[in-house]
Design a protein around this ligand. Structure first.
Ligand code: CA
Length: 366
């Protein structure tokens, strides 16, 4: 086929072909964006670091390679707890972590990750996407040139591994426990000694009696850490992290420099990952809990009601003290409390009522 005939058949004149080669939107659409993401997670950490790799893969696929994200685990490019600053400075374009790590930058960040006796994953998601949550998160991160996106939830975490039984609130007196964040402040109020340890040092400290107790995440991650070999009792529920939300955050200038369709792709991939994350935790925690109980004969114990009631009272004080630390924290705390009350009332006649109905059919030995 002659070239002229081909162009005719394809419905394109020579002029049209010439025009497309200088068509500015088309050129922009073909521009490739190469991003880097730094995370707070260890390499290969299931669901968390794995989720960041998944996000990068999805963005690449959906944009047909126009936006690629190279993911670096904590410490590979910058130390884990410097990822917020690195993205804020524009050293890299993207980051991932949990917003309570940044309490030192702005106390308000804590409410977007976990509040002791706060909302569960469902409530948090509703606050972000159906309430003011995400809007307030964006407002909180704006002074740092960052745009946050919810990264999915761990679901309710476990209360932790203990070598001493917790029968009354007095058992917290002198208890040495690794528990970060607001939950740690509550344990300190109860008379405990809060120890901060990086992930890699927890097992040995627990085994050698340097600490009496530790919390981590849930059965999936706790099983991998081998805590069942170093502690006798596995307590629930994780009142201190009832629905911890993870996060992605982007440098504002980098984000705004993307064409609109790539921004949409990035947001869609984040939301897809948000859903994926919780489903992985729910599915894999269930299987890991059965392994801990049936294979490793772990004693799984619920915190006594009176202990939870006492911790809850102290948590109210801790949350109030934190909320008083900045105008933004006050604003976020008010929105959170108001929303929790509304979804809580609904939850009591929906989720809670339903769980009560079916709980007789469930058993930890299942
Ligand atoms: Ca935890």
């Amino acid at each position: 086929m002659k070239r002229r005939d081909f162009l005719k058949k394809a419905g394109l004149g020579a002029a049209a072909v010439a025009a497309t080669t200088v068509n500015a939107p088309a050129v922009l659409a073909q521009k490739k964006y190469r991003w880097k993401m730094v995370t707070t997670w260890p390499p290969k950490l299931p669901v968390l670091q794995e989720g960041c790799e998944r996000l990068a893969k999805r963005v690449n696929e959906m944009s047909d390679g126009r936006l690629t994200v190279q993911v670096f685990a904590g410490g590979e490019l910058v130390p884990p707890l410097e990822s917020f600053q690195a993205v804020s400075d524009g050293t890299v374009e993207a980051g991932s972590g949990a917003s309570y790590y940044w309490a030192g930058k702005e106390p308000a960040t804590q409410w977007f990750a976990a509040v002791p006796f706060g909302m569960n994953a469902q409530g948090m998601g509703a606050w972000f996407h159906g309430g003011d949550g995400l809007k307030l998160w964006e407002e909180t991160y704006a002074p740092f040139n960052l745009i946050p996106r919810p990264g999915g939830s761990t679901g309710v975490q476990m209360g932790g591994w203990f070598n001493k039984k917790i029968n009354t609130i007095a058992d917290y007196k002198g208890l040495k426990m690794r528990i970060p964040g607001l939950g740690g402040k509550v344990v300190a109020k109860a008379g405990g000694t809060v120890v901060l340890l990086p992930g890699g040092e927890i097992f040995t400290s627990l085994e050698r009696g340097v600490i009496d107790a530790t919390e981590w995440v849930g059965p999936l991650h706790d099983l991998r850490m081998g805590f069942y070999q170093a502690a006798k009792y596995y307590y629930y529920p994780g009142w201190h992290e009832p629905g911890t939300y993870l996060e992605y955050f982007f440098n504002k200038k980098a984000y705004e420099g993307l064409p609109k369709d790539l921004q949409h792709i990035l947001n869609a991939a984040c939301m897809e990952n948000e859903q994926w994350t919780l489903t992985q935790f729910d599915a894999q925690n269930g299987a890991a809990l059965q392994t801990l109980i049936n294979k490793h004969k772990v004693e799984v114990i619920q915190f006594p009601d009176e202990v939870l009631a006492a911790l809850r009272k102290m948590a109210v004080d801790v949350v109030q003290e934190e909320a008083a630390k900045s105008p933004m924290a006050k604003k976020v705390a008010e929105s959170f409390a108001k929303f929790q009350k509304v979804v809580g009332t609904w939850g009591s006649v929906s989720e809670r009522a339903y769980f009560n109905v079916i709980q007789q059919a469930m058993s930890l030995k299942g």
